[in-house]
Design a protein. Structure first.
Length: 570
């Protein structure tokens, strides 16, 4: 996750705050530069890190050069009147770094923290079946591990099926309406698991839960993009997924207490686990109707008459996001997508390598992770011990998530930061394959904990897919497609460990080792693929004069990442 996540090459510009003839920042024709108020010096495009952020004089101008500083390109990219924030658009608006830092902190407090809480509740309801397994969940319902696999498969399949429809609904009614609605719907399904009676009801609730939760993550990411720039969003997505790990850690502690209710009113402890955690999600879902404003300029409501932001803050929020990415005004927040547009996005072959990675990159780690608590119980650990012993893997994974996301920013490479996951996993899977029935349970626990605590590079790839999509409508669909492929990978992973292969799963581990090696070559191919496209475009673009470049921009029918001046990140 680098300082600049996407690169679009523009004709040369002369603007205050940069050297004459510089290629950095915005573009304009070589003729007639608009007289504009002082702009801030362009933020360096060189790689930086969380520990080496660019230093700015707090009272200096923060407004970055953009396409809005030239009269020709201003009209090309001017937000349409139908866009919900158009009344706050002002190409002459200027603000200081002090104001920008203050407003970003305010957005973090009011928007980001609540987004993390919503994701926390999703994973609480999605992963509590692992804790239920430690309380004889399968035995109470007369299920086998193959039934458990089928339930996981159906969950991921329904999650996958719901991704795109959910995104389409979200774009039509707005994520501020659809996301809380999703949460309320799945919370009822989650708490209804209290009344599970056998295989049929188990499979039915798995299907419904997956269908209700599908699309939630890309919906929230789309919503967050209304408030954050390209350089700010990936780091926040890293912390967004930290809430996922926190849910699993906190969930393990909650389960340790709730599962002790086994026998109360003659009910199993796992029934109370589903009921209480589902009720918690219901409360958060209802509150989300009041905590999610439609856009930066629509925070006023009958229950919040003064809104969250002042007019000055709204101007800063709108213009800083648009200067970072002018395409964000391309669709308003209640605008649906046409079938023609969806088909065009599906045909975008330039995104296929990332989709392919989405299928396979987590498959080698998922079976050991999914079976961790069940394996610990089979090794003789008690319900409480199995739940508590699952916590170290979550803590390791959470730390790895943060480290690898910042590593991507430091080295300015998505491929290197993500392929390291495969190198992390391969030796551990080989070790797992060598285990026998005589292997110490503690050695097994240590190795499987490291596998289950893998560095979660998914946020990097989500940001990667979003950046290479370019454009609000395109990102909306491509985010769903990418997540659909990830869920497809989960379906594959759910069926690798089979009942006739337990308890050591030798056959399954051989498959996981083979997939890991294949993944390494797939990442290499992706690197060469995007590097090759960028080199070809550089060669063609640099062979044109500034006049030819501008003529292309004015007349081209290419859209999004198909434009000759767009550069893919890799």
């Amino acid at each position: 996750m680098s300082t600049v996540l996407t690169k679009t090459v523009y004709p040369k510009v002369v603007s205050e705050g940069s050297d004459s003839g510089s290629d950095k920042g915005t573009f304009s024709p070589t003729e007639s530069i608009l007289e504009v108020p002082t702009l801030g010096a362009p933020v360096a495009t060189a790689s930086s890190s969380f520990w080496r952020r660019p230093k700015h004089e707090l009272d200096s101008i923060a407004t970055q050069p953009s396409v809005f500083d030239d009269p020709v390109t201003l009209e090309i990219y001017r937000p349409p009147a139908i866009w919900e924030n158009s009344h706050r658009f002002d190409p002459a608006a200027r603000w200081t770094w002090r104001e920008e830092y203050r407003i970003v902190r305010k957005i973090d407090l009011l928007i980001m923290i609540w987004a993390c809480l919503m994701f926390f509740s999703l994973d609480l309801d999605r992963s509590n079946i692992s804790q239920a397994n430690t309380d004889n969940f399968l035995g109470d319902l007369g299920l086998t591990t193959n039934d458990f696999n089928l339930g996981n498969t159906l969950f991921k399949l329904c999650f996958l099926i719901a991704e795109l429809p959910s995104q389409l609904i979200s774009k039509r009614v707005g994520p501020d309406v659809w996301i809380p609605s999703q949460m309320v719907l799945w919370s009822f399904v989650s708490l209804a698991q209290f009344w599970l009676s056998g295989r049929g009801s188990f499979l039915a609730t798995r299907c419904l839960l997956g269908f209700m939760q599908g699309g939630f993550i890309p919906d929230v990411i789309l919503y967050l993009s209304y408030f954050y720039t390209k350089t700010e969003l990936p780091v926040r997505l890293a912390w967004f997924w930290v809430s996922n790990y926190m849910a699993e850690i906190v969930g393990a502690f909650i389960a340790t207490g709730l599962l002790r209710l086994r026998g109360v009113n003659g009910k199993a402890g796992w029934r109370y686990l589903f009921l209480i955690e589902g009720g918690l999600t219901l409360a958060i879902g209802l509150a989300s109707f009041f905590m999610m404003p439609p856009s930066p300029t629509q925070t006023k409501a009958w229950f919040r008459p003064k809104g969250w932001f002042t007019e000055r803050e709204e101007i800063i929020m709108v213009n800083r996001v648009l200067r970072d990415d002018p395409t964000k005004s391309g669709m308003h927040n209640r605008e649906g997508l046409t079938i023609k547009k969806i088909w065009a996005i599906l045909k975008d072959w330039r995104m296929w390598p990332i989709y392919a990675l989405g299928i396979v990159f987590m498959v080698p780690m998922q079976p050991p992770q999914t079976y961790l608590t069940l394996s610990l119980r089979n090794l003789g650990y008690t319900t409480t011990q199995a739940n508590l012993l699952s916590i170290p893997s979550k803590a390791i994974g959470m730390i790895g998530l943060i480290v690898f996301c910042y590593l991507s920013e430091i080295i300015n490479s998505r491929v290197v930061a993500t392929v390291l996951l495969q190198f992390w996993t391969l030796p551990l899977l080989v070790a797992l394959y060598t285990f026998t029935a005589q292997t110490s349970p503690w050695i097994y626990f240590a190795v499987v904990t490291l596998i289950a605590g893998f560095p979660y590079v998914h946020p990097i790839q989500v940001a990667w897919a979003s950046t290479n999509s370019y454009g609000v409508g395109t990102r909306t669909v491509s985010a769903s497609i990418y997540n659909m492929f990830v869920q497809a990978g989960g379906i594959i992973a759910s069926n690798i460990y089979r009942d006739d292969d337990k308890p050591l799963y030798k056959r399954g581990n051989r498959v996981l080792i083979a997939i890991t090696v294949m993944n390494m070559f797939l990442y290499l191919f992706t690197y060469l693929f995007y590097r090759g496209i960028n080199k070809r475009r550089d060669r063609i673009w640099n062979s044109w004069s500034a006049k030819e470049q501008q003529e292309y921009l004015d007349t081209t029918k290419d859209e999004g990442n198909a434009k000759m001046n767009f550069r893919f990140v890799y």
